[in-house]
Design a protein around this ligand. Structure first.
Ligand code: PLP
Length: 369
């Protein structure tokens, strides 16, 4: 099976982790050991942010971001339903209300016009997701946020290396959250990062990361244990160095697959929005005339041929059993996308021959299934 994503780990990562294990310093109770600090500095430089705060998952990053934005019980947070569930979890954990908006059918990202329409006096923030590694259109959302005094949290868990308006994603957000889960463009196994240019927010984030402690055993606010261990940071430092190479190979694979599939009239292929660079975390196609059943049949047949096609995401959050209680939403583009999309492997371990094989199999199956 050609997996949809696969960690790209070499001897350098193995050696770096072993060095940490032998050093005896595995973590730091007040938040950041020496290698975590190094990883934070290098990651901040890479995304051109003033501060980077390393944590133990992208979900932890999102929870801290929501809390640091002052979101609390009764507040409303506008976000997409067509994404991974973690951002919504963060909103619900803060006892705020998730308010779902529809997506742009071309990019699958939050539609700025939809955001404008759904604001109320209770709206405190917008969470935009760079889905599949394609940057959300944040300039118009920044304008809306500034007019209404809202915070923007960007979920860039899938977008390491993506750029928007020539800048690394995150440039238009107050706080940006990243994941280093094993499938991501760069990985530490589990892990995450929050980046921001705001000194005060960065200080709050560091406190939340480790029990709200400024000094040991003296909490000044409600915190958690969201610390990243040194072993993970050691992997992160190496993976970050390799990231430009990983991104170049993803782009090459994506472009080769587009060249193979561009004649298929029944498919909507992924595109880089104007002035942007995708991170190509996932290469997601839409089978335009398909219903859920037909799309699922195509995925099954691709998998039978050894191609690890996957659906991201088959159920929009507002239709998931747990989240139905937060309200009824009219999100036609979200629901349609969840029935028609499927993603194909373009990670750096996929060869040109495999891309050609994937392209041929997809063409054949969309014509016949
Ligand atoms: C868009 C998105 N947001 C948040 C997360 C959560 O990250 P993590 O798995 O590191 O908690 C993920 C990935 O898993 C994701 O893809």
């Amino acid at each position: 099976m050609i997996p949809i994503n696969a960690p790209q780990i070499g001897e350098e990562e193995v050696e770096a982790v072993v060095r940490v294990l032998k050093s005896g310093i595995l973590t730091n109770a007040l938040g950041a050991g020496p290698i975590v600090k190094q990883f934070e500095e290098e990651f901040a430089r890479f995304v051109k942010a003033k501060h980077a705060i390393a944590v133990n998952s992208g979900t932890a990053a999102l929870h801290m971001a929501v809390v640091s934005a002052g979101i609390k019980r009764g507040d409303e947070v506008v976000l997409p339903s067509f994404t991974f569930v973690a951002a919504t979890e963060a909103v619900v954990m803060a006892e705020a209300k998730p308010v779902f908006v529809d997506i742009d059918p071309e990019t699958y990202n939050i539609a700025p016009e939809a955001v404008k329409k759904i604001l109320t006096k209770k709206t405190k923030a917008v969470i935009a997701v760079d889905l599949y590694g394609s940057p959300a259109d944040l300039k118009p959302i920044r304008e809306i946020a500034d007019q209404h005094g809202l915070k923007i949290i960007e979920d860039a868990a899938q977008a390491h290396g993506a750029t928007y308006n020539g800048k690394p994603v995150g440039a238009y957000a107050d706080v940006t959250c990243w994941s280093f889960y094993a499938s991501k463009n760069m990985t530490t196994g589990e892990g995450g990062m929050v980046t921001t240019n705001d000194d005060e927010v960065a200080e709050t984030l560091r406190l939340i990361r480790s029990h709200g402690e400024k000094e040991k055993y003296k909490s000044v606010l409600l915190g958690h244990n969201y610390r990243m261990p040194e072993m993970e940071a050691a992997m992160g430092v190496i993976q970050l160095k390799k990231l430009p190479k990983f991104l170049a190979k993803r782009k090459e694979n994506a472009e080769r697959l587009t060249a193979k599939l561009h004649g298929e009239k029944s498919l909507q292929l992924p595109r880089e929005p104007k002035g942007c660079r995708n991170s190509w975390y996932l290469y997601t196609i839409r089978v335009k005339d398909a219903d859920r059943k037909r799309r699922d049949t195509i995925v099954k047949k691709l998998r039978n041929e050894g191609i690890g096609a996957e659906v991201y995401y088959p159920w929009p959050i507002h239709l998931m059993p747990y989240y139905r209680k937060f309200g009824k939403w009219r999100l036609p583009e979200t629901e349609k996308a969840s029935e028609q999309v499927l993603s194909l492997p373009v990670h750096p371990g996929v060869t040109a021959e495999q891309i050609d094989f994937i392209g041929e199999a997809v063409s054949r199956l969309v014509r016949r299934s």
